[in-house]
Design a protein. Structure first.
Length: 239
């Protein structure tokens, strides 16, 4: 029988990847973006160097832990370009789990389909910058079709599946001005999470030198975000 393959990572138990949930996390290879600050760039640039995790191991674990694990997080890389995504989601659903999908939002039609098929319970979409040339810099994609991102945003805001938008606070890309612009662009959204920037494992050397924002700065960004979005909070360590 056809089973998902090429899964590149499996965390059995995580308290960090789905707020309020005890989750297992699956990492999928490849991405259609090349964000200079990407933390999982090995999965994107050289997935062939990372050993596959056999689906049977994941399946057996999840089958045995239904009392303990609340849900499964699918992340990457960019899950929506993984050819067996639907199959993987169906297999997890058969085991009785809720599913959270992390995405860069570049495939609105697939998001719509998967959501309508009842395969997603939570969607976390990145908003990397305001929707102009700065998004090209943040995503590393020169020919970026911004409309696709806007379509995903609309889809999430108007849909019934729970979701969050999330923005990593990369100091060279996100300042108070960008927070205001993004806030305006996603006005009406339910939840916006500002995420800690972790320079150590960034793809580009220059981005490894950046210092994450301090507590007062992050608090200020959160207060700015709340002018546009009701629920805004920070995810990360206070510095
Ligand atoms: S979209 Fe995510 S996985 Fe893809 S390059 Fe950007 S940060 Fe990395």
């Amino acid at each position: 029988m056809n089973k998902p393959n090429g899964i590149k990572g499996f965390i059995e138990v995580s308290l960090l990847d789905w707020d309020g949930f005890i989750s297992s996390v699956l990492f999928l290879p490849n991405c259609n973006f090349r964000c200079p600050f990407c933390q999982n760039w090995q999965l994107v640039d050289e997935p062939e160097k990372i050993e596959d995790v056999d689906w049977t191991i994941i399946e057996n674990y999840l089958r045995a832990k239904t009392e303990w694990i609340d849900g499964v997080v699918i992340t990457g890389g960019e899950p929506t370009i993984y050819p067996q995504l639907r199959l993987l989601l169906e297999e997890i659903k058969k085991l009785g789990y809720k599913i959270k999908l992390d995405t860069n939002g570049y495939n609105p039609s697939l998001l719509r389909e998967l959501r309508e098929e009842g395969l997603l319970d939570y969607i976390a979409m990145d908003i990397k910058a305001p929707f102009d040339g700065r998004y090209k810099l943040a995503s590393g994609v020169e020919e970026l079709e911004i409309e696709r991102l806007k379509e995903s945003i609309k889809l999430l805001i108007q849909g019934k599946v729970d979701y969050e938008f999330r923005t990593t606070l990369v100091p060279s890309l996100i300042t108070a001005g960008e927070i205001k612009e993004i806030g305006k662009a996603i006005r009406g959204a339910k939840r916006w999470v500002l995420q800690e920037y972790q320079p150590k494992s960034a793809r580009n050397e220059a981005y490894r030198q950046l210092k994450p924002y301090k507590k007062e700065e992050v608090e200020y960004f959160v207060s700015l975000g709340k002018e546009y979005i009701e629920e805004v909070y920070y995810r990360g360590k206070w510095r």
